[in-house]
Design a protein around this ligand. Structure first.
Ligand code: ADP
Ligand code: MG
Length: 323
């Protein structure tokens, strides 16, 4: 990426008693990018975000924002804003007052407050909702208000900690696309936290995969998915077959394996018995018992019968190595 670095993290470390929440993280984040911290619960994502925001102090290491070390500064002296999963709106204030609250605290004059709050409402597509109370909004609308309240401050960086976690699947998928479009439109750097791999793949320019307080891999969604560097990443992002053939340990995604009633020539072939067929909506998983163990294939050549002998084949070039 050719954009300048906006946040530079070096050796970032934080423990809580015996728990090593974050252990020596290095990460450069570029201006205007959408970067996602992806990992299982407890892997240290929120702790990193809280240290960037200034709600938590590092035990060691540094965080620079636009070239200035901010590790020891309080939150309000950092040009970043956070959007939380639980929205944290003021229930007694209407939408417009919620949005302009931060500006009021900073002493911004009334006319400018109104102008900027109205613009923020427009950005999150909530024109006309200014007079409503949070209780009169749906979950998705409340999340948008929370977003507008952060955007109105025009921060250089927006931190989002599982902001879509409370929404149902349909709305979440819609918000993922909207949020990504909004990020492109405003050009603010987004640091987004999620444990949902599909969400991360959908939205991000780059993904940092977290495991036990460390970054296991950093890359574009395609790099992370197609060339996972560790067993952990290959299993956390997508599905993987781990197969031992003679002395070779190979990894292959189910969608690259063709399954058929007859032999199909390819650089890898295997025979087995079709043990199960699992319908999962957009794809169907075929579980095949082979001499090399259970293999999952997603790519059927024709209609297949449970319990029958089947042939698997795939291109060796689609296999990947992990440590
Ligand atoms: P994630 O956001 O990836 O789920 P967190 O950063 O919240 O992970 O937590 C990382 C680890 O640090 C977890 O084991 C968690 O229990 C622990 N932890 C986080 N905050 C605190 C705290 N304030 N006190 C004690 N332990 C904490
Ligand atoms: Mg968290």
């Amino acid at each position: 990426m050719s954009s300048p670095v906006i946040i530079s993290i070096r050796g970032l470390t934080r423990s809580f008693g015996d728990v090593h929440a974050v252990t020596g993280i290095d990460l450069d984040i570029y201006e205007g990018e959408f970067i996602t911290l992806l990992g299982p619960s407890g892997s240290g994502k929120t702790t990193v975000l809280r240290m960037i925001a200034g709600f938590e102090k590092p035990d060691a290491g540094s965080i620079s924002l636009s070239g200035k070390d901010v590790s020891q500064l309080p939150p309000y002296e950092r040009d970043v804003n956070t959007v939380f999963q639980d929205y944290a709106l003021f229930p007694h204030m209407n939408v417009l007052s919620n949005i302009e609250y931060g500006l009021r605290v900073k002493g911004v004059a009334k006319a400018e407050r109104l102008e900027r709050a109205t613009e923020a409402l427009h950005q999150v597509r909530l024109e006309g909702y200014g007079e409503r109370k949070p209780s009169q909004l749906s979950g998705g609308q409340r999340q948008r208000v929370a977003l507008a309240r952060a955007l109105v401050n025009r921060p250089s960086v927006l931190l989002l900690d599982e902001p879509l976690g409370a929404l149902d699947l349909k709305l979440r998928e819609q918000m993922q696309i909207e949020l990504k479009a909004l990020q492109r439109a405003v050009g603010i750097t987004f640091i987004f936290v999620t444990h949902d791999q599909e969400e991360a793949l959908t939205m991000s320019d780059r993904i940092a995969v977290f495991n036990q307080g460390k970054i296991e891999q950093l890359g574009t969604p395609r790099e992370i998915y197609n060339s996972p560097r560790s067993s952990f990443v290959s299993e956390f992002v997508g599905q993987t077959n781990k197969i031992q053939i003679a002395d070779e340990k190979i990894n292959i995604r189910p969608e690259y394996i063709t399954i058929s009633n007859t032999h199909i020539e390819d650089s890898r072939v295997a025979k087995g018995v079709l043990k199960d067929i699992i319908f999962v909506g957009a794809t169907t998983r075929y579980l095949v018992e082979t001499d090399f163990g259970l293999i999952i294939a997603n790519n059927p050549k024709e209609t297949l019968v449970l319990g029958s002998s089947v042939h698997l084949s795939w291109d060796k070039n689609k296999e990947f190595l992990v440590r």
